[in-house]
Design a protein around this ligand. Structure first.
Ligand SMILES: Nc1ncnc2c1ncn2[C@@H]1O[C@H](COP(=O)(O)OP(=O)(O)O)[C@@H](O)[C@H]1O
Ligand SMILES: [Mg+2]
Length: 396
């Protein structure tokens, strides 16, 4: 049976162009000339996908999308692509809020539209889902490392925890660098600028398990990596794609959960759209802090934000790095200032951390017996114990 697409647009020329292009690709096409008719036909005929214009008589594209979403009540969700007239961020965000899955700015090239359509249809239950059945089951946990401020050791902990999980706990582990503009993993792990990055994963409209596998860099330490964009300018591509189609990032993360026991993400401190989506999707958020006044000021702000997002208390955990460094504030001072307990601690060992950093070889690989490595290993084992409750046993 042909895939059925409903075009909702009042402009005769656009209708003609779309019908022609879609039919050439083998789609079955129906047309509604205003928003109200669009809602009716969508709910009656349940097409496989809807192309929805924004500015239309009777009911505009936002309202029509909202009505369709309300009527669906979350079941049998039909993918909707908004046809917007301006690359205006506010307009695009409004479309996504109304319940659209993607948008495309007029005038667009038919080839781009076709690529977007295919991507959305694939996510809505296409090949990626079908192939998953053949995979060995994974724990599929998504863990974020989020800094209370820059420089507290978030990247150091994320990398070495990932290596400990892979080597010592025998879990399949992926580390993603989501410091989009200034990711450090390339230098920390001694990799070149030409290695693939998040940009390739997020720009690929037909991302499925097989394709996603080809994008990961496998590192000699035993972990797989998905690096940050090579330049700050390339970071914009990721930001733009996430804004236009959050579903693409969701899809990528769910593929990652299928392939790995643990997906760890090294984050930046920003509270922006990308990070908010990561917060939402995560199983646990490890907030990395040190015992100093600026962290003691920031951590309550972070906890309040998480609270207002409606997360369970247990989703947000505090990791005190350099816990035994002399700062004049000890662990119990910090806990009473925060009014909650600190969940995990990693010790301070400046020389070990810095020499590993400058040699491009993480201490967990190069000096597994050092006190700092043992401290991070204890952290990795503790989080695995907490997260792997319903788990498949680790590989032998
Ligand atoms: N537990 C630790 N003991 C000593 N030095 C540390 C520790 N953790 C991190 N560092 C050092 O702190 C600096 C900042 O670490 P980094 O991981 O880049 O922080 P962030 O990602 O939060 O900006 C680095 O020089 C690193 O070697
Ligand atoms: Mg960092």
């Amino acid at each position: 049976m042909a895939t059925r697409v409903l075009v909702v647009d009042d402009d005769l020329n656009i209708q003609r162009v779309l019908v022609f292009a879609l039919k050439q690709e083998g789609y079955e096409v129906t047309v509604a000339a205003d928003g109200a008719a669009g809602v009716e036909m969508a709910l009656d005929a349940k097409p496989d996908l809807i192309l929805m214009d924004v500015a239309m008589p009777k009911l505009d594209g936002y309202a029509a999308t909202q009505q369709i979403r309300a009527a669906e009540k979350g079941v049998g969700r039909i993918p909707i692509i908004m046809l917007t007239s301006e690359a205006d961020v506010e307009q695009r965000v409004r479309g996504l809020r109304a319940g659209a899955d993607d948008d495309i700015v007029k005038p667009f090239h038919p080839l781009e539209l076709m690529a977007r359509i295919k991507a959305l249809l694939a996510q809505a239950g296409g090949p990626a889902v079908a192939k998953a059945g053949a995979e060995a089951p994974t724990l599929g946990k998504l863990c974020l490392f989020y800094p209370a401020k820059g420089g507290v050791g978030t990247t150091t902990i994320a990398i070495n925890t990932a290596i400990a999980l892979a080597r010592e706990v025998k879990r399949r582990t992926l580390l993603i660098d989501a410091n989009l503009q200034f990711g450090d993993l390339r230098v920390f792990l001694d990799l070149g600028l030409d290695t693939p990055s998040l940009v390739s994963a997020i720009s690929e409209p037909d991302l499925d398990l097989d394709l996603f596998r080809t994008m990961m860099v496998s590192h000699r330490s035993g972990i797989d990596l998905l690096l940050a964009p090579p330049t700050p300018a390339a970071a914009d591509i990721v930001v733009e794609r996430q804004r236009a189609a959050p579903a693409v990032l969701s899809n990528m993360l769910s593929l990652s959960r299928r392939l790995y026991d643990y997906t760890l993400i090294d984050m930046s401190q920003a509270i922006d759209d990308v990070n908010l989506q990561l917060f939402d999707e995560a199983d646990v958020i490890y907030v990395v802090m040190t015992a100093d006044l600026s962290c003691l000021k920031n951590v309550p702000l972070v906890l309040d934000t998480m609270d207002s997002l409606g997360y369970e208390k247990s989703k947000v955990q505090l990791v005190l790095n350099r816990s035994n460094a002399y700062t004049g504030i000890n662990v119990s001072n910090a806990e009473s200032a925060l009014g909650r307990k600190i969940d995990y601690q990693v010790i301070n060992e400046y020389r070990g951390a810095i020499s590993a950093l400058n040699s491009g070889e993480p201490f967990m690989s190069s000096r597994a017996d050092a006190p700092l490595s043992k401290s991070v290993l204890a952290f990795a084992k503790a989080i695995d114990k907490a997260l792997a409750v319903e788990a498949v046993p680790a590989r032998a």
